[in-house]
Design a protein around this ligand. Structure first.
Ligand code: PA5
Length: 470
């Protein structure tokens, strides 16, 4: 019998004027008036499903063969490798990191091998020379497999890492270097696919229409997850079920559409910051993944008509309860420019009871006998209460438990919410001209052929003045 999974829930009570007051909150009438825009956004997303840069909507359904290959390859890596290292950046790194943090032991790399049951896991998403050198200090290359991931096959950071690692591997293992590197990239475009073919590397393909930040549920994320022993079929089922829950153009039943409409209305009210605040360490990096998705998709200068709009909501990551002691003061009393999204968990995977030992001190001993589970949950609801009392817009996503299925649901929820919000804003949520500009300037600064005009443009920018350097 198929396993029965419980669904995540989206609670938006505290976005509404009934709870946070008429001045800041969204009235039932305002939400009802969003209906036409929401229906149009839903229709646009539905129309474009599986086409252009919306190939990701079909990933829960069209990867049967790919998943088979991933699982077979992962089995071999799990058997032979002590360490598995992802070389990638942005969308080619944040998804693998978020899913690892969500679904593996929180101290995975420190666990003894017999308990870990998978290689140690590292994601190298920066080109800090000290970081690369320190990685090389700790790896046993004989027992390490690298997964170089880049959709464009040309990102300077990732290709630099690849060149460094491949050089070391070739010097040490000659022709057998290829046994230590697996490539994940576009099947046609870019340089990595050409290099991978020349070197005879095992390769996974990033399908057409799947941009970096929407790529976690293709081999970009599924292969590292499978190496870690994560149930990728359950993850994809979670995605599929959330996708199906969002099929209707009805804000009463479609959670991602409602969430997008609420954020759109919040933006109209000047709430240009979206704080993502999970109350579990396992979803800490999910907030980073969300930040990229929301920022890079919605932060745009022009709309689809070519008009200057400069839209977007700045995403901020926060961790409950940790950031109650650093950021929440601002969220409760600072400018009315934020929406806080709590992510709560009904059942943590462990329970820890707070011990006795301070019976003479009632203001400490009241904690004894409670669990950390009760403490963290109470603190989330207490913070929700404090924000709401201060008329701060907030909403909550509740996971019955953090597992592969609920993580799949959560990621699909955010991807669909982003697509709907992009449609409501009238922008292209799937390009990233601002990122490309920086990439091109890097190529020019490092002398890549074909970027001479960009190099000239950079040379002719106004020189910096020493008057402004102290
Ligand atoms: O979402 C995106 O498109 C970007 O963040 C990319 O993932 C990032 O720039 C890395 O690109 P690539 O995978 O082509 O190396």
């Amino acid at each position: 019998m198929a396993k029965k999974y419980e669904s995540i829930k989206f609670d938006y009570n505290n976005m509404m004027a009934d709870h946070v007051g008429e001045k800041e909150g969204i009235s039932a009438q305002e939400l009802a008036a969003m209906r036409n825009k929401a229906v149009a956004a839903h229709a646009e997303v539905k129309l474009n499903r599986g086409t252009g840069m919306m190939g990701w909507t079909e990933l829960p359904y069209n990867q049967g063969e790919v998943v088979k290959d991933i699982l077979e390859t992962a089995k071999v890596v799990r058997r032979n490798a002590e360490a598995f290292v992802v070389l990638g950046i942005g969308g080619s790194a944040l998804g693998p990191m978020a899913v690892f943090q969500a679904l593996c032991h929180l101290r995975h790399n420190e666990l003894p091998k017999r308990l870990r049951k998978a290689p140690k896991f590292y994601v190298e998403d920066n080109v800090d020379p000290e970081r690369m050198a320190s990685l090389l200090d700790i790896l046993n290359l004989d027992k390490t497999v690298f997964n170089v991931i880049t959709k464009s096959g040309s990102t300077s950071e990732t290709m630099s890492q690849y060149l460094i690692i491949m050089d070391i591997l070739k010097k040490r293992y000659g022709d057998k270097a290829r046994e230590h590197i697996i490539a994940t990239t576009d099947s046609e475009k870019g340089n990595l696919i050409k290099i991978a073919r020349k070197e005879g590397l095992k390769t996974f393909y990033i399908p057409d229409g799947v941009g970096g930040r929407f790529s976690e549920i293709c081999p970009v994320g599924l292969f590292p997850a499978a190496v870690l022993g994560i149930d990728i079929k359950a993850l994809l089922k979670g995605c599929a079920d959330m996708d199906k829950a969002c099929r209707k153009a009805d804000m009463k039943t479609n959670p991602a559409l409602t969430a997008a409409a609420l954020q759109y209305l919040a933006m109209e009210k000047g709430k240009n910051i979206s704080v993502m605040m999970p109350y579990t360490d396992s979803l800490k990096l999910m907030a980073d993944w969300y930040c990229q998705l929301w920022a890079e998709s919605l932060g745009k200068a022009v709309n689809k008509k070519g008009e200057i709009v400069n839209v977007g909501q700045t995403p901020v990551k926060s961790l409950g309860v940790t950031d109650q002691h650093s950021q929440v003061q601002l969220y409760t009393e600072g400018p009315y420019d934020k929406v806080v999204t709590f992510i709560g968990v009904e059942k943590y995977r462990k329970e820890v009871t707070i011990s006795g030992g301070a019976e003479d001190f009632p203001s400490v001993s009241f904690l004894s006998g409670h669990t950390l589970n009760e403490l963290i949950t109470s603190e989330m609801y207490a913070t929700e209460y404090a924000l709401t009392k201060n008329n701060r817009l907030n909403n909550m996503i509740i996971l019955p438990e953090v597992n592969a299925y609920s993580v799949g649901q959560l990621m699909m929820f955010f991807m669909l919410e982003t697509a709907y919000a992009g449609a409501m804003l009238g922008i292209d949520a799937f390009n990233q001209p601002g990122v490309e500009e920086g990439k091109n300037a890097t190529y020019a600064l490092l002398g890549r052929a074909g970027y001479e005009a960009k190099a000239e443009e950079l040379r002719s920018r106004p020189a910096k003045s020493d008057n402004y350097v102290i």
